[in-house]
Design a protein around this ligand. Structure first.
Ligand SMILES: Cc1ncc(COP(=O)(O)O)c(C=O)c1O
Length: 467
C-alpha cells in the first residue's frame, strides 16, 4: 500500500477522535454511533441520514459557554464573556434546546431562524439577529420578542439605522443594536466564506470611517440602544492571530467612539473556528486555547488604549455542531475509471450527494469517508465518492482511499457533516432531504424528519389543482 493512499484513508474514531462525535466507536466490525450499529440505524431509518450525537453537541456547547465565561470572567478584571451558537450551521428546535441549556445564546439570520429559536424557548436576552437585508417582519419580531426585544440586532448598513429606529418607535420599544464592522482582516479558506475583507456585501467599513459614522448616527435615535461592535472574519480559520488582529482593530474603533463620548459595552468577534474534516487536517485548537488567546489579545489592547475591557462574545457555529454529526449513505453503483498511466479511480456512487452536502461543490470542501458496516480486508484503492445528481461536480468526497471490494449495499460514514449540511440541503433533482436522527440520549429519535416524496409533490400547485 502506498503512503499517499494510506494518508487518504479515513481514520477510525480511536485514531482521530477529533474527526468523530464522542460516542463513535468501531467495534465488532462496524461503526456505532451513540451505541447503535450503523447497519441498524440505516435499516430502521433509511439513508442517507444525518446522525447527530446529542451528548457530543451538549459537550461542545458547554465547553464554548464555559471557556468564554471563564477567560473573560469579571473576577479576572475582564468584562464577562459569552458564546452564541450560530444557528445557520444547523437549525432545529432540539439543537437550540440543547445548546441553550448548555449555556449558549443563539445567533440567528432570518425570520425562520429567529422564530425557531423563540419557539424552542431560547431567552430573547441571549438572541442576536444578523442579515445584510433584514425584512421589516424580521425586525418587528426581533424588537417585540420578550420583555425588551432580543439582545442585539446587528446593523449591517447605514440605511438600516433609521429603519430599525422607526420600527422600535412604532412598537414603543428601545431596540438594542450592534454594528457589523469589516475590519479588513481576511481569513479562512475560500473567498465565499471569508467575510471581513472590503469587497463583499457584509458590514460597515472600518477603513473608510463608515462604521464610526453609523455608530454615531445611532446615538441620534431615542428608540435605539447602542450595545457594541461586531466582526466576523471568515470560516474554518486556524490562525488565531487573525482574530486577535481583528479584535485589536475593533477596539481601536471602541476607543475612537469613547473619545466622542459613545460607550461601547460589548465586542463580538463572530465565529469561524476550524474543525477537522479529514485525516490530513491538523488537530483543531481547543476552545480553551482559543478563548485564552482572545482574552489575552483583548486585555493587552485595552491596556494599550486605556479602555475598560468590554463584554466579549463569539458566535461559533461549525465548531459547535459540525463534529457532532455523521452522514450515513448506502453505496450503489461502483465504477472503475482509468486515469491513464495504468492508474485508475474507483467512482463510488451513494444515494445522496450535493443535495445533502453542497459544500464540496460550492467551496471545494474536503471530507473523508469510512466503510462503516464491516471490517475491510482488501487493499486500499483511490476512490471518489459521488452523489446521484445530474452534475459531474456532484462530489461528496474528492479523494479517499477505500477497500477495493467496496460494493453495492455497503454503508459509508462521512464525519463532520453537522454544520452547513442539512442547513444548506436542497431538493435538486426532486430528491427528498434526509432527516436528522438524534442518538446518545435514549432511543434514536428524529430531530428533523426525513422529507417524503409527497411533501415535494404537495408543493406542486398544478398537481394539487388536478386533485
Ligand atoms: C455573522 C456570523 N457569525 C457566525 C458565523 C458562524 O461561523 P462558523 O460556523 O464558521 O463558526 C457566521 C457564518 O457564516 C456568520 O456569518
Amino acid at each position: 500500500m502506498s503512503l499517499a493512499l494510506e494518508n487518504l484513508r479515513a481514520p477510525k474514531p480511536t485514531e482521530r477522535p477529533d474527526l468523530w462525535p464522542w460516542s463513535a466507536k468501531f467495534a465488532d466490525g462496524e461503526l456505532t454511533l451513540g451505541g447503535w450499529p450503523v447497519t441498524k440505524l440505516v435499516e430502521q431509518c433509511g439513508s442517507p441520514v444525518y446522525v447527530l450525537d446529542e451528548p457530543d453537541l451538549v459537550g461542545r456547547a458547554t465547553v464554548w459557554a464555559t471557556v468564554m465565561a471563564e477567560e473573560f470572567w469579571v473576577g479576572y478584571g475582564m468584562g464577562g464573556g459569552s458564546a452564541y451558537y450560530a444557528a445557520k450551521a444547523m437549525m432545529s428546535a432540539r439543537v437550540i434546546e440543547l445548546v441553550t441549556a448548555a449555556g449558549m445564546g443563539v445567533d440567528t439570520a432570518s425570520l425562520g431562524e429567529l422564530t425557531t429559536a423563540l419557539h424552542a424557548g431560547a431567552d430573547p436576552n441571549m438572541i442576536g439577529l444578523h442579515g445584510n437585508n433584514k425584512s421589516d417582519e424580521e425586525l418587528r419580531l426581533a424588537i417585540s420578542a420578550g420583555e425588551r426585544g432580543i439582545a442585539r440586532i446587528v446593523i449591517d448598513s447605514a440605511d438600516e439605522v433609521a429603519r430599525v429606529a422607526a420600527i422600535a418607535e412604532e412598537l414603543g420599544r428601545k431596540a438594542r443594536v450592534m454594528i457589523r464592522v469589516t475590519t479588513g482582516v481576511h481569513a479562512g479558506g475560500h473567498e465565499f466564506i471569508a467575510t471581513a475583507h472590503e469587497d463583499q456585501k457584509f458590514g460597515l467599513s472600518l477603513a473608510t470611517g463608515a462604521a464610526k459614522r453609523v455608530a454615531l448616527d445611532i446615538q441620534d435615535y431615542e428608540s435605539l440602544e447602542f450595545v457594541g461592535v461586531h466582526s466576523h472574519i471568515g470560516s474554518q480559520i486556524r490562525d488565531l492571530d487573525a482574530f486577535s488582529e481583528s479584535a485589536g482593530r475593533l477596539l481601536g474603533l471602541v476607543k475612537d467612539l469613547q473619545d466622542e463620548g459613545v460607550a461601547c459595552n460589548e465586542l463580538d468577534l463572530g465565529g469561524g473556528y476550524a474543525i477537522t474534516y479529514t485525516g490530513q487536517d491538523p488537530e483543531p485548537t481547543s476552545p480553551k486555547d482559543i478563548a485564552r488567546a482572545l482574552a489575552s489579545a483583548v486585555r493587552n489592547k485595552c491596556e494599550e488604549l486605556g479602555l475598560k475591557v468590554p463584554h466579549v462574545s463569539i458566535e461559533p457555529g461549525r465548531s459547535t455542531v459540525g463534529p457532532s454529526t455523521v452522514t450515513l449513505y448506502r453505496v450503489g453503483t461502483v465504477k472503475e475509471v482509468p486515469l491513464g498511466d495504468g492508474k485508475s479511480r474507483l467512482y463510488v456512487s451513494v444515494d445522496g450527494g450535493m443535495s445533502d452536502n453542497i459544500r464540496p461543490a460550492l467551496y471545494e470542501a474536503d471530507y473523508t469517508a469510512l466503510l462503516a458496516n464491516r471490517e475491510a480486508s482488501s487493499a486500499l484503492v483511490l476512490a471518489r465518492i459521488v452523489g446521484k445528481h445530474c452534475e459531474s461536480g456532484d462530489i461528496v468526497v474528492h479523494d479517499v482511499a477505500l477497500p477495493a471490494d467496496v460494493k453495492r449495499g455497503d454503508i459509508l460514514a462521512v464525519p463532520a457533516t453537522g454544520a452547513y449540511g442539512h442547513a444548506m440541503s436542497s431538493n435538486y433533482n426532486m430528491l427528498t432531504r434526509p432527516g436528522t436522527l438524534g442518538v446518545g440520549t435514549g432511543d434514536p429519535h428524529w430531530i428533523i424528519y426525513p422529507e417524503k416524496l409527497s411533501d415535494l409533490l404537495d408543493r406542486d400547485a398544478y398537481l394539487a389543482s388536478k386533485n
